[in-house]
Design a protein around this ligand. Structure first.
Ligand code: SF4
Length: 363
């Protein structure tokens, strides 16, 4: 095994990694551009979203907002509607805020250094390093979950993947190993290695271009690095939903404040300790909060969704709504949305699943 202590070993490491990346890298839409804005959008989407799931959203989002100016000029509802289905909506709100700052202060241009990028809302150290190195060729390191795993294994580092000391060490190693001549490719190569070869489970060490430098592989236990973080408990929640309909329309609401989906539209809902025997609680909620009557109710299949450390089961009914709407707090907006325009409403995935179960929307 070669230790990454001498400049000759470091050069060999860079050469092996870059040669492998240039031959094996996946052809991804954001790798066909040098546009800092497009790279920024991709990097934000790829946080908490896997590549295959992100691609169609990336393309749709850029078709709607092809540059900083169009994103900055859009309303929050329009931005959230284009993000709907991707989850973690705070990312979209911060991206939108960042675009407004760039449009107002920098004529819509992203600055070319990590130091300046990190001052934009929603751009943290990882994203700043990614944009600076990939779009501008700055020798800026980056560390994400893949890079932490690769470095923890290469250097057989102790500590679990979310521990501060381990992250600090990985940032230092990422800076010292970074290839100053090809920082963008080098950073992408590390992430690609983590995503496709040095996977969390069953890493393919036999086809790893840097196996000769790897401490975990030399010890014969690559999966032991990094250590697993302490387990977080998951809570089960039960949610009742009523899909109120008029011919060609469905009733949607927006709350003043929302625990998870601030700024989004939703189906009227109520959280309970367990399943309800019938839809009466939701009929009462419609009367109390919206002044609407519901009849001809039918149960829909239960749907399941996970949000952070919660597993949510949704029990839903569909029914015909009548009466004149009178909204009560905490609801600030409510309207009958035309079925043909449902995609214009930013709806969280757990409601999209209910609408899909009712055959009104495709996920
Ligand atoms: Fe990861 Fe195995 Fe390569 Fe080490 S040799 S970096 S454990 S894939």
């Amino acid at each position: 095994m070669q230790k990454l202590r001498t400049s000759a070993a470091i050069k060999n490491f860079r050469r092996a990694l870059l040669a492998w990346y240039r031959k094996n890298r996946r052809d991804l839409p954001w790798r066909r551009t040098q546009d800092p804005y497009r790279i920024w959008v991709s990097e934000i989407m790829l946080q908490q979203t896997v590549v295959a799931a992100a691609i169609p959203f990336y393309e749709r989002f850029l078709a709607a907002f092809p540059n900083v100016a169009t994103l900055a000029a859009a309303s929050e509802t329009e931005v959230l509607a284009r993000w709907a289905g991707l989850g973690y909506y705070r990312r979209a709100k911060l991206l939108h805020q960042g675009a407004k700052v760039l449009q107002g202060e920098c004529q819509g241009r992203l600055p070319g250094t990590a130091e300046a990028l990190i001052k934009i809302p929603g751009i943290g150290p990882y994203t700043a390093g990614a944009i600076a190195s990939i779009a501008f060729g700055e020798a800026a390191p980056l560390v994400d979950g893949n890079v932490i795993r690769v470095f923890a294994r290469l250097f057989a580092l102790t500590g679990h993947a979310k521990s501060g000391p381990l992250k600090k060490t990985v940032w230092e190693r990422a800076a010292s190993l970074l290839d100053p001549k090809h920082p963008g490719d080098f950073n992408q190569a590390l992430m690609e290695l983590g995503a496709t070869v040095c996977r969390p489970v069953l890493p393919s060490c036999e086809r790893c271009p840097v196996a000769d430098f790897c401490g975990a592989q030399a010890q014969g236990k690559p999966e032991a690095f990094p250590e697993s973080p302490p387990e977080t408990k998951t809570a089960a929640l039960h949610r009742l939903v009523l899909l109120g309909r008029k011919p060609g329309e469905v009733f949607l609401v927006k709350r003043e404040k929302s625990r998870w989906f601030q700024g989004m539209w939703e189906l009227p809902q109520d959280f309970r300790d367990g399943p309800a025997a019938d839809p009466r609680p939701m009929v009462a909620l419609f009367r109390k909060h919206f002044g609407l009557d519901v009849k001809n109710l039918n149960a829909l299949p239960d749907t399941r969704h996970a949000v952070t450390h919660h597993r949510i089961t949704t029990q839903a009914w569909t029914g015909e709504v009548s009466g004149r709407m009178r909204l009560q707090k905490p609801y600030v907006f409510g309207e009958f949305a035309p079925l043909g325009r449902l995609t214009d409403y930013p709806l969280p995935n757990l409601d999209r699943k209910v609408l899909q179960a009712a055959r009104l929307l495709e996920i």
